[in-house]
Design a protein around this ligand. Sequence first.
Ligand SMILES: Cc1cc2nc3c(=O)[nH]c(=O)nc-3n(C[C@H](O)[C@H](O)[C@H](O)COP(=O)(O)OP(=O)(O)OC[C@H]3O[C@@H](n4cnc5c(N)ncnc54)[C@H](O)[C@@H]3O)c2cc1C
Length: 381
Amino acid sequence: MADKRVVVVGGGVAGLFTAWDLVRAGGVEVDVLEMSHPGDGSSGRSVGMVETQYFEPADVAVRAYGREVYSALVAEHELTFTHGGYLRLGRTDADLERFRESIETQRAVGIEDAVVLTPDELAKRWGHLVVDDLSGGLFGAWDGYVDGYEVCQVLARLVRAAGGRVHTGTRLLGAERPDAWRLETTRGVFEADVVVNAAGSWAGPVGELLGAPVALTPQLHGAVTVELAHDVPFTPFIMDYIPGSGVEGVYFRSERADQLIAGLHTEEAIAPTVDPDVALGSLPMPEVERIIELLLPRLHNVDDMAIGRSWTGTYPMTSTLSPLTGPHPDQPSVVYAAGGGGNGIQLGPAIARHAADAILERPAPFGEHALAWQVTAGAAI
Ligand SMILES: Cc1cc2nc3c(=O)[nH]c(=O)nc-3n(C[C@H](O)[C@H](O)[C@H](O)COP(=O)(O)OP(=O)(O)OC[C@H]3O[C@@H](n4cnc5c(N)ncnc54)[C@H](O)[C@@H]3O)c2cc1C
C-alpha cells in the first residue's frame, strides 16, 4: 500500500516535531514546507523556557510529556539544554496553596524535583532577589531553557535523516482538493492526502487557503537584555506572573553573570492582535520601560544596570487561549498543530503528538485534554 502523503506547512517547533513523529512512525511520506528557513518564525525568537510549574493536571501532563521528549533530544541528539531552574513567584497564601497542589499534581506524573520555597529560603538561595512582598515560590530545579532555533535545526536534521523532506524558501500560495490535495507553492506543486497546518501565527491565513479557517489572535511580544555593572549569582528563570491573573507579569533569567534576559508574559489575550507579517525589530520603548519598572524592584543593587538589545516575535495565540490540534471539523484532511501562544516551545512535543496521533489514528495520550485542544472552525481575526 502506498504511504499516506503528508505535507506539513511550517518549519517551526510545531511542524518539525509533528514531522519527526510521523517519519519515526513509518508508513507516511512527509514534506515540510517552510517559506523561510526552519526556526525563522516565533520558534527562533523565543526565550526557550521548558518547565512544568503549572496547576491544572492536564497542563502539567502535556508539559511532563514535553520534558520527556526534550530529555531524549538532549540524551540522543545533543540538543543543548540549560537546567537553570524555574521559579514562579507567589504573593498570597492562595498562591502558596496552588503551588502545593502543583507539587502533588507533578508527582502524580513522575516529576519529583518541584518544591515550594518560603521567602527565607528564596533569600538564602538568591540573595540578590527582593522577597519582602512574596508569600513564597514554586521552584522546579530540572527546568530550564533551550534555544528554539537550535531545536528546529536539530529536528530538521532528524526529519531528513529519517527520510522526510524539509523544503526551505517554499511558501504555500494556494490549495485545491479535487481528489487529493494539490498545493501550489513558490517552488512548484506538492500533492498530499493530509495537510498539517503548523504555520504558527500564519495559521489563520494558511487555514483560509485550505478552506479550514480558525480564529487566531497573534500577539507581539519581545525580550530585552539587561546589562549589569557587576556579576550576580546565577538567576533561574523567574516568572512573576500567575496564569489567570489577568495582568501581564515580568520574567527574567541569567544569560551571563553580568547579563539578564527579561520580558513580559501573559497567557491571556490582553494585548492587541497583530498581523502575522507585522514588522519585527526592537521592542517599543514603552514596553522596555514597563519591563524595567517591574524588574528593578525585584532586585537588590542594580541601579547601575543598562538596557542592552531587544527583539520581538509573535505569540501564536488562539481565540480559545489553548493550542489547536487535530482535524478541522469542516475539512478533516487538514490537521492543525498550532496555537502554542507564549508556551509553544514547551508545548511543541505535545501539540505535535496530538496532530500525529490524529493522522496515524493512534489513541491520544493525554486523555480528556485532547478534547480541550480540539479544533473549532472560526474566522481568522
Ligand atoms: C519573545 C518570545 C518569547 C517566547 N518565550 C517562550 C518560552 O520561553 N517558552 C515557550 O514555550 N514558548 C515561548 N514563546 C512562544 C513560542 O516561541 C511559540 O509558541 C512557538 O515558537 C510557536 O511555534 P510554531 O511552530 O507554532 O510557530 P513558528 O515557529 O512561527 O513556525 C511557523 C512557521 O510557518 C512558516 N510559514 C508561515 N506561513 C507559511 C506558508 N504560507 N508557507 C510555508 N511556511 C509558512 C513560518 O515561516 C514559520 O517558520 C516565546 C515567543 C516569543 C515571541
